[in-house]
Design a binder for this molecule. Structure first.
Ligand code: GDP
Ligand code: IMO
Ligand code: MG
Length: 437
């Protein structure tokens, strides 16, 4: 089984980091292939908590090669900060990390644009992580104003920065000048100093050079050699730019659709897609969320699950498990098996609800609406299941779970349409139940 992909099936933060760390034991290479420092993946090992944004969650296993592939948008400052933090924590980061020279680079102007356009859009803000992710992908697809990591090492890098900074300054001045938009950018200096940016990025280039490589060539050789590669998705499928709840999404293909394009491997190489779901649902930022609980029950989920953003610390919106949405993303991703995470958070609820269909314009539907306005209108239709009171964080076999918890997992599996392979009952590596096929 050479290629396995780990894909979030909800709106992110499904605990992909924990599953990647677990599955890394059976792989030689771990690849991050889309997104950027908007991701926050947590791995808890020997009681110590590690937070990763750009570096693959395989970094904790010696002898595993980590790769940040070309589909990622890379903030050099964030990456270097992450490397330094890991090294301080005693984790080796050196030749075990490769970064693609095709990865696009995030610059200060991307963060300004993130602030400017999230607010100018009108209506509900997307509520981005303000890491410059969308604007960097925008420049990638626009091409003229884009910079890839490999460009940092070419002789015309300085010219490129001067040209792009000039264009961005004209854009910002125009936007601020034509209407009174300056209040949209409180405290943000929109005047880009090209020389300063050049010097700053030259410094990053010197420090990053030893990690930068043609990772596509590396991965294609690894594919030929039959090495076992694990692909680590960031965000969740409902945040996918094409298939998610547009425009309340991120700017990359965060569903299974993004793996091959972002990593640069042939589709048939990936033999197993592991779908990660929380036992309930969370979302950070704007956009419709049919099963959201803006009440005490939602607060109880937030408290028990410690549902605060890894990157932005924002409280996550919480709600019941939405089987309509998860079935959609599982089908979209051709998911082979499910990992059900944070089941322990549901202990002490008298009853649990699962959304099994939506009511839209008086009709019951089980398909996921393609338009965000329809998703806003749907009424979730629930099935109620008995809860359990027991603490399950020490349980290690499926049959030792309370019967109500077993039934809850089995119901989710049936509704989503995939077997459950892993159940997680706590953040630690050992707090994991492997289910028999
Ligand atoms: P990711 O972005 O998908 O990797 O997920 P995050 O790391 O942002 O969020 C998941 C959070 O849940 C992290 O704080 C994990 O340490 C924690 N976690 C993972 N699995 C479990 C679990 O089974 N139970 C509990 N209570 N917490 C978990
Ligand atoms: P991980 O990998 C949860 C959300 C943001 C916002 C929207 C767009 O930890 O699951 P962006 O900065 O990407 O342009 O923001 O996407 N978002 C995430 N939500 N987990 C993430 O990553 C996310 N990455 C982006 O909150 O609503
Ligand atoms: Mg996260």
């Amino acid at each position: 089984m050479p290629g396995t992909a780990v894909i979030g099936l909800q709106w992110g933060d499904e605990a992909k980091g924990k599953v990647v760390d677990l599955l890394t034991a059976q792989h030689d290479i771990v690849v991050r292939y889309q997104g950027g420092a908007n991701a926050g993946h947590t791995v808890v090992m020997n009681g110590q908590k590690y937070k990763l944004s750009l570096i693959p969650s395989g970094i904790f296993r010696p002898n595993v090669q980590c790769v940040i592939a070309g589909g990622v948008v890379c903030s050099p400052a964030a990456l270097l900060n992450e490397i330094d933090t890991l090294i301080k924590q005693g984790i080796a980061v050196g030749q075990n990390l490769l970064i693609s020279d095709r990865a696009h680079v995030i610059f200060p102007w991307h963060k300004i644009e993130d602030a400017l356009f999230d607010n100018l859009a009108g209506g509900e803000a997307i509520g981005t992580t303000m890491r410059g992710i969308g604007p960097c992908y925008q420049d990638k697809y626009g091409r003229s104003l884009a910079v890839r990591l490999g460009d940092l090492f070419k002789p015309d890098f300085k010219n490129k920065i001067q040209t792009i900074a000039g264009a961005k300054n004209r854009l910002f001045n125009g936007l601020i000048g034509e209407a009174d938009n300056s209040h949209m950018l409180p405290g943000i200096d929109t005047d880009i100093d090209a020389e300063a940016v050049y010097r700053e990025y030259q410094g990053y280039a010197e420090r990053l050079e030893k990690y930068v490589a043609d990772t596509s060539a590396y991965l294609l050789d690894a594919v030929d050699a039959g090495r076992r590669i694990l692909f680590e998705g960031a965000q969740g499928s409902l945040l996918d730019i094409d298939h998610g709840t547009f425009p309340y999404v991120t700017s990359s293909n965060s569903s299974a659709a993004g793996v091959c394009a972002g990593a640069g491997v042939p589709p048939h190489f990936i033999k197993k897609y592991v779908g990660i779901i929380k036992a309930y649902t969370t979302r950070v930022g704007g956009g419709p969320f049919p099963t959201e609980l803006a009440n005490d029950t939602g607060q109880k989920l937030r408290d028990r699950g410690n549902e605060y953003g890894t990157v932005t610390k924002r409280p996550r919106r919480c709600g019941w498990f939405d089987a309509v949405a998860a079935r959609y993303t599982a089908r979209l991703g051709g998911i082979d098996v499910l990992s059900v995470m944070l089941l322990d958070v549901l202990s002490t609820f008298d009853e649990l609800k699962i959304c099994t269909s939506y009511k839209l314009d008086g009709r019951l539907i089980t398909s996921f609406p393609s338009h965000v306005d329809d998703l806003r209108q749907v009424e979730p239709i629930y099935e109620t299941l008995p809860g359990w009171q027991e603490d399950i964080t020490e349980v290690r076999t499926f049959s030792n779970l309370p019967v109500s918890a077993q039934n809850y997992i089995q119901r989710i599996s049936t509704l989503v349409g995939s077997p459950v392979e892993i159940v997680s009952v706590g953040p630690g590596r050992e707090q994991t139940i492997l289910c028999q096929p």
